[in-house]
Design a protein around this ligand. Sequence first.
Ligand SMILES: [Zn+2]
Length: 456
Amino acid sequence: MKLLSTRTAVLMLLIVLFVLGLAAFNIRYFNSAFAWAHSHANRHYYKNGMLSVRGTVYDRNGDVLLMLDGESIEFNAEKDVRTAVMHVTGDREGSVSTGVLSALKGRLTGWNLFSGAYSFHKKSRSELTLTIDSGLCRAAYREMKGRKGAVGIYNYETGEIICLISSPSFDPQNPPDVEGNPEKYEGVYLNRFLSSAYTPGSIFKLVTAAAALENIPDIENKHYLCEGRIAIGPDSITCLKAHGRVSLQEALAVSCNTFFAGTALELGAETLQKYAEACGFNNSLEVDGIRTAAGKINLKNAVGADLGWAGAGQYTTTANPLNFMAFMGAIAGGGEMVRPRLIADDSSSFFDFKPGKKVLKRETADKLKAMMRNNTITSYGEEKFKDLELCAKSGTAEVGGGKEPHAWFAGFLDRKDCPLAFAVIIENGITSRAAADVAARVLQEAAKALKQGRNL
Ligand SMILES: [Zn+2]
């Protein structure tokens, strides 16, 4: 009996060890299998250290963006298109970490957790269709005219990103001497739309307005007298000029700093922080496995004029362009944010399915939408945005250090047939008009393409 129980105990111990070992292996496998399979030593996928797969990457209209044949990589036939979409495709050396060639290489190899590299051999040629329109990307890149910054446009109903460019860029077919021209190519490997965060300036007033609509009773019927300056303790908050008697809607249209500073003080740091986080700050988004940089807000120590300036978008707060574009999409979509995505034929997305996220109450979103429509009519000029039904907010963000301010323009089209939200940022663009001009031309181009029957 004693012998039997000893044997049973040993057997049980072995079983426990086996189960523990199996669990440990599975955890490691789930966490690291992708990296193991895509190690440069894996000769299924790599030859001489270069990704060696056969496949084609298309844009939404079937234009070839990228063709891989063993170690050879061919980009689009047109230089301007190659350059405009370079931050999406990536480059040969893999320096653009958010490009398809680096970030989505699992899609190109066809690798998955259950069949490993098996499907790669079975299919041997992978096809990947992206949601971007290469013609629109080319138009957007041209409009940047060599200035640093980024443009993004997405369909706020389907989440499809149709335009995504970052400037400066380069022709990946014939890479330039980046190190030899540090000023011209500063941050060229960075997709500024996905991976940067900038001072928001006045576009942040939309967040303050959202918080005010839900927390300050009867805010829409209140008026405030802007004298161009208010003193808060030893500091003061200033406007470019005295705006006179303004309502919330008028204050947003003329971008009155003192109104929004006063509003931020009335709301308090905690409430403003809560709304900023609900609107996407302090969060990064995932676009088909590519993580964006997070815009940051921390109002813990913001009191007096600091809190006032935060309400007007000038504090230590930063905004990521893609996240802000998604916030614009949420306002357009009645408070629900559809996540932006980049892959069109996403047949493997069963596990990745993410429902829309409620960001704002519908009533609040609709009120913001009406105010943003009013901004265009009374401040930005309807003529420039003819027939677009544009709802927008401009921003001029002071960056200090003797540098010119950044220019922002963000918003959406209130059109059922053209449900597009966008964000444009131009570094040191001086005035928001520069960003508004880029947005106007690219959005008109999008509307025209749609009229011509292009699938947007
Ligand atoms: Zn003012």
